[in-house]
Design a protein around this ligand. Sequence first.
Ligand code: ADP
Ligand code: MG
Length: 255
Amino acid sequence: MAQINTTADGASAKPMVRIEGLRKSFGDLEVLRDVNLDIMPGEVVTIIGASGSGKSTLLRCINLLETPDAGHVWFQGSDLTADHVDVNKLREDIGMVFQGFNLFNNMDVLDNCTLAPVTLKKATKQEAEQTAMHHLESVGLADFADAAVAKLSGGQKQRVAIARALCMNPKIMLFDEPTSALDPEIVGEVLEAMRKLAAEGMTMVVVTHEMAFARTVSDRVVFMDKGVIAEQGAPAQIFGNPQHARTREFLKRYL
Ligand code: ADP
Ligand code: MG
């Protein structure tokens, strides 16, 4: 019997995130102007665009760090703009990695990773530590479990931030310029951890200025310009044959 919402190969055709008619202003400043975007399960979407174009605000509307003024954001079929949304539950399912790490600097690496699973998900300390060690291993930091966060390099901190987010077993990971605060020589180790995560099938939305990452890792590139999605498409199309003059102008800076 035919199933609704499945494709020929049986994969779910339902978007994990659906953004429709999204608008957001700060005072008189219209930051998002009718943004429409679907993120499919397993998809890696990068968002590029000039500073101030609304990339962070768009990302932050997905986990309600910003409240949309109009339009809808659905996550796994639930409308996040409805009144009854449990924001804390939502954020358990949506991992976020920020430019500035946002780690607890007075704790060691392992405690950073186990705090939320133990307090929010009621995991036992032992379960949480086992999960944390698994994710620290995958970002290459198993040997640093007992290290003080304050002693780590920026690249190590950001890899801890990724591992910490993964400890909540999120359905999707949002990255807001995760390498922008890092020295050039350590950007690669963070991108490598993200590349690995993408290869494992994680659904990811990544705001970045790392065009090589966008080109080689993402399934789709979204170019934002002054609060709208000016153009989106496969990396080969966006980088090889951009249709919009603004996209061409923006990408020129990275040649
Ligand atoms: P991007 O991430 O593309 O650089 P942002 O989404 O951070 O863009 O910001 C878009 C615009 O909105 C910028 O002009 C920024 O200064 C402004 N903005 C962002 N957050 C706030 C805020 N909380 N209050 C006021 N203005 C904001
Ligand atoms: Mg930003």
